[in-house]
Design a protein around this ligand. Sequence first.
Ligand SMILES: [Zn+2]
Ligand SMILES: [Zn+2]
Length: 367
Amino acid sequence: MKAAVCVETGSPLVIEDIPVPEPRAGEVLVHNHACGVCHTDLHVMKGEVGFPLPGVLGHEISGIVAEVGAGVTTVAPGDRVVGSFIMPCGACENCARGMEDLCSTFFEFNRLRGTLYDGQTRLHRTDGSPLSMYSMGGMAEYSVTPATSVFRLPDSLDLTDTAILGCSLFTAYGAVRNVGEVRTGESVAVIAVGGVGQNIVQLSAASGAESVIAIDVDDDKLDLARRMGATHTVNSSRVDAAGAVAEITGGRGVDVAFEALGSAGTTNLAVNIAREGGRAVVVGIPPAGTTLDVDLARIVRRKIQIKGSYGARARRDVPDLIRLLAAGKLDLGGVISRRVTLDEAPATYEALDRGEILGRAVVLTGA
Ligand SMILES: [Zn+2]
Ligand SMILES: [Zn+2]
């Protein structure tokens, strides 16, 4: 099969021909239809997030189940499915207490070593040398992934659009529903409206937020945010964002400020535009070692909560997202601005790095 291999940091992906992987017990082989192009892959490619290379990146997929390993009962060959980037083991202490978003097996084996949970990768080059897997390694024609992260789709949902469910929408859901707990009538700000940010905008609107203020430096991204449900937009390259939010909210600030970039400056902005008793939810992945310098008196005196959010709980939240999509409450197609082939994946990540991708790009891995 074809796979986009990240050979080393600082160099473009290389399209290689490698053997189709085989699922083991509890795992599913997916014939990938599409895979989203996410900024976190780019962090790995640039060496900003440590990960063993060479390996196959790509961590949000849609496709058709090709084969299942022993004991898999939740999906069967031929099922149309999506895969979430967090692949819960279902057995660690965090999974047992319902916090699949913090699955320690996933972090220890997949994020640190690039393997599945027997300590081995399913991906190899034709000479037998191992290729690490970032989540399921979705930038390839096939992926093996634990059955805990594979979910059947109703026929009404488009396979290309749903490719961005497994990270972009999933991460936004965790931020809006589980951590930000956006309630009807609340005010929300979303700082940086890339792929995840656009989905935070639309999920906040779908959750009943009365005002949703999108903040970015790119007018095209802000225009898209309006189509996704933002009631106000602020271009922070032209105006002072905190001042603009104060003006929009009558000086109060917002109930929930989401930070979706991963930098200290934007996190400070989130803290500063949260109203008294409000929540600043940090969603963007910062380069390793980034620290925050905050006004502690403001945190204490104004009771500002700074909350981290990572992904969502796969087996609880993905079925909920699929129901929301099937009910027509969310628009994924509108977030996707580019649909490219696997051969075009390297150039697409370079375009993402230059800030040129509006919303999300998806790679049609089967094309
Ligand atoms: Zn991602
Ligand atoms: Zn676990």
